[in-house]
Design a protein around this ligand. Structure first.
Ligand code: HEC
Length: 171
């Protein structure tokens, strides 16, 4: 929603700016000159914001096209390798989706000392703390583990599902 809204806001602002700049043409040379300058800025801004809107449009297009295709997606097809596109805003994401899109970067590689998914030895003492502690640390952060694994639009339940997914795969 936000990425839809903001470019339009920018455009509205810009258009207003432009209209203002145009209205003062007979206020003398300097003012007219300034108005031209602002007009140029506004025009450049308008161009920019139009392209931003066009981009947002395209992204939405792509998301729309991928959505139905994702339902009948076969392993090995391009759409199967694009979990990011599946993470749309409708309905909670599964633990696996959150993991692959948000936690994977650290927990698949061990970056920053993150326990790797599938590394039973690394996970055993963590799992022994109990699920609630793991949830608390995943949501609130712990040392190199950022709060919510940097997934700021994840709900607590989505984070818990991702923890469950990692725990299940690391025993
Ligand atoms: C920027 C890298 C990074 C990302 C992204 C990240 N983690 Fe972590 N995570 C870490 C590190 C580092 C640790 C080890 C922290 C420690 O024990 O000092 C950790 C530890 C954990 C633990 C174990 C906590 C404990 O009590 O032992 C859980 C659970 C966890 N992460 C869940 C997640 C989930 C769920 C996500 C995605 C939503 C995620 N992480 C994304 C770096 C990351």
């Amino acid at each position: 929603m936000v990425h839809w809204f903001s470019p339009w806001l920018l455009c509205g602002y810009n258009a207003g700016f432009r209209a203002n700049g145009g209205s003062g043409e007979n206020k003398g040379n300097f003012v007219a000159q300034m108005n031209k300058v602002w007009g140029l800025f506004a025009a450049a801004g308008l161009g920019l914001c139009l392209s931003v809107v066009a981009m947002a449009d395209r992204q939405q297009d792509i998301a729309d096209r991928i959505k139905p295709a994702g339902k009948s997606c076969l392993v090995g097809e391009e759409c199967a390798a694009a979990p990011v596109a599946v993470a749309s805003s409708d309905g909670p994401r599964s633990g696996e989706q959150v993991y692959t899109t948000k936690c994977f970067s650290c927990h698949a590689t061990g970056a920053a000392g993150a326990p790797k998914l599938g590394d039973a030895a690394a996970w055993a003492p963590r799992i022994a703390q109990g699920a609630e502690t793991l949830y608390t640390h995943a949501i609130g952060g712990l040392n190199g583990m950022p709060a919510k694994g940097l997934c700021m639009d994840c709900s607590d339940d989505e984070i818990k599902a991702a923890v469950d997914h990692m725990v299940a795969g690391s025993q």
